[in-house]
Every structure is written in C-alpha cells, then in structure tokens.
Design a binder for this molecule. Structure first.
Ligand SMILES: Cc1ncc(C[n+]2csc(CCOP(=O)(O)OP(=O)(O)O)c2C)c(N)n1
Length: 285
C-alpha cells in the first residue's frame, strides 16, 4: 500500500528538516558526523512520523515504543526528529556538542527527551534492544522496539550474538533498521571489511529480513508495516542508502562520515536543500 499524498509530503518535509538541521548543527559545532544522518533521513522520518508511538503525551508511559540508535555518531538526525516530535525544544538544537548541552556528540540516555539508551560504542545496540523487546513481551505490552544499526556496526560480533538470541526467543516485536550505505569511518565498507549480504545473513539467523530502498518512503513504510505484521520472528530491514543523500558533494563520500562543513560547504549544502535568500543569510549569520 502506498501513502496518501498528504502523508508522504509530511514525511518528506520531516526528512528535509533532518537534513537541514544536521547541516546547521554540525556546522555550528564545527565537529560531528553529517553524512550518516543525512543519508538516514528518509527512514528516520518514516519511522518516527508513521510508526513510533513516542510523543510528549506517551513519553512516560512504560509500554510506549522504544528506539535505540546503534550508530550513535549519527545522532544529529535523531535529535532533529525528536525536536520535530516536540521532545526537544527547537532552539536547543544548535547547542549540539557544546559544553553543558544535553545534546552530546553521542546520545546520552535521557527519559525527558525520549532517548532510551546511551550509544556510540558500536556493537551493543541490538542486545539492548532485544532486552527491551523481551521485557515488554514478558509484561504483556504491545510495545515495539526499533533499533537502528549500520553496515559498520554489523562488523561487531555482538550484533550476531543478539541476532541469534532474538530469533531463538521469537522477539517479533523487535525491528532493526540497518543503514547500509557501504561507507564507514575509514572508507568504503567493502574495502575495509565486507559484511556482504546482510539480508541473507539475518535470514540465515532466523529473521524476517527485507531489502529496502532507504530513500523510497513508500517502500520503507511498507516494510515497517510488514515488520509489524510478522508475529513469530524479529524483522531486519536492510535500508540501502547513500551517505549524504540530498547534498551532492557529500553523496557516497566517506570523507563526510565525520567532518563538519565549513561556512562555504554549509551554505552550498543548505542551498541544495532549498534554503535561499534571507532565510539562508539568517542561518549563516
Ligand atoms: C566499539 C567501537 N569501535 C570503534 C568505533 C569508532 N567508530 C565510530 S563510527 C565508526 C564507523 C561506523 O560505520 P557506519 O556506522 O557504517 O558509519 P557511517 O555510515 O555513518 O559512515 C567507527 C569504527 C566506535 N564508535 N565503537
């Protein structure tokens, strides 16, 4: 099923806002990771707008949905979508990575912002997510646990211990969305340490696993619906993305994994994202 035009437009607008916020936050901090969150924007927006039961109203309900950002370095985009959901004040975003800010360079568990786990050390996110999923099941809750991961994080052995356990325990309320952009800190993933076909791997571990175009909002939404409908196995959505998608000079460039754009690149990026004139001038002031 495809989204209505109105629903798709809302997700597209949220994804664009993630990209704009990420450029501004990393530029203002003069450090951070722009490429990953810009590439993940489409699936993060689809997930948080259409599937995650997380809002200021549900924030403190124990049985609400949970999210763990395994590739914690991509948190600029996470903070953006949380702010769009009303969980972080918009004017706090530009404190990103500054001394005393709640918005650290890797997410710090924070019940008031809906950040369910501290991440940044790659590898433990799926184990933590599985624990949350099993706890929810044993409480009889309808909670879904969403775990973001990446091709780089899939090189960590603990991911596969968690994958084994999740299938064994039938954690059907657990969905991992893997940002498969073929890029990591030291270059293209296939040159550094090829994780090969992750859909086949998750399937071999007993998961319900799908390849998804990570920039096709309808396809992402349909895959999340399929994950929700799966009643026996955990689901893995292998989201094929381009790092830096939407900012031409960042696309598929490992150099933009963890480097802040300077003034000129930030201006270029924001222009490509449709910001111009007085708005651009104000953002760059
Ligand atoms: C346990 C651990 N080892 C090493 C690192 C350093 N590190 C930070 S990001 C990264 C690469 C992650 O790859 P990926 O998430 O695919 O990166 P992206 O797509 O954002 O470029 C590494 C090795 C880390 N954060 N944690």
């Amino acid at each position: 099923m495809t989204l209505s035009q109105e629903d798709r437009a809302a997700v597209e607008a949220a994804a664009r806002q993630i990209r704009i916020d990420t450029v501004r936050m990393v530029h203002a901090a003069a450090c951070g990771h722009p490429g990953g969150p810009i590439g993940m924007a489409d699936f993060m927006a689809t997930l948080f707008l259409r599937h995650m039961n997380l809002s200021p109203e549900t924030l403190h309900q124990p049985d609400r949905d949970r999210f763990v950002l395994g590739n914690g370095h991509t948190c600029a985009g996470y903070y953006s979508i949380l702010s769009q959901k009303g969980l972080i004040p918009r004017d706090e975003l530009l404190t990103f990575r500054k001394m005393g800010s709640r918005l650290q360079g890797h997410p710090h568990r924070s019940p008031d912002m809906g950040i369910d786990f501290s991440t940044g050390s790659l590898g433990n996110s799926l184990s933590v997510s599985l624990g949350m999923a099993l706890a929810a099941k044993s409480n009889g809750w309808d909670t879904r646990v969403y775990s973001a991961s990446s091709d780089g994080e899939s090189q960590e052995g603990q991911i596969w211990e968690a994958a084994t356990a999740a299938a064994h325990y039938g954690a059907s309320n657990l969905t991992v969305l893997v940002d498969f952009n073929n890029v990591q800190i030291d270059g293209h993933m296939r040159d550094v340490m090829d994780v090969r076909d992750l859909r086949e791997k998750y399937e071999a571990f007993g998961w319900h696993a799908l390849d998804v175009d990570g920039h096709d909002i309808d396809a992402i939404d349909a895959a999340l619906v399929a994950a929700r409908e799966e009643t026996k196995r955990p689901s893995a959505l292998i989201c094929h993305t381009l790092i830096g998608k939407g900012v031409s000079f960042m696309e598929d460039q490992p150099g933009w994994h963890g480097v802040a754009p300077g003034d000129e690149d930030a201006r270029k990026a924001l222009t490509e994202l449709g910001i111009e004139g007085a708005e651009l001038a104000a953002m760059m002031a």
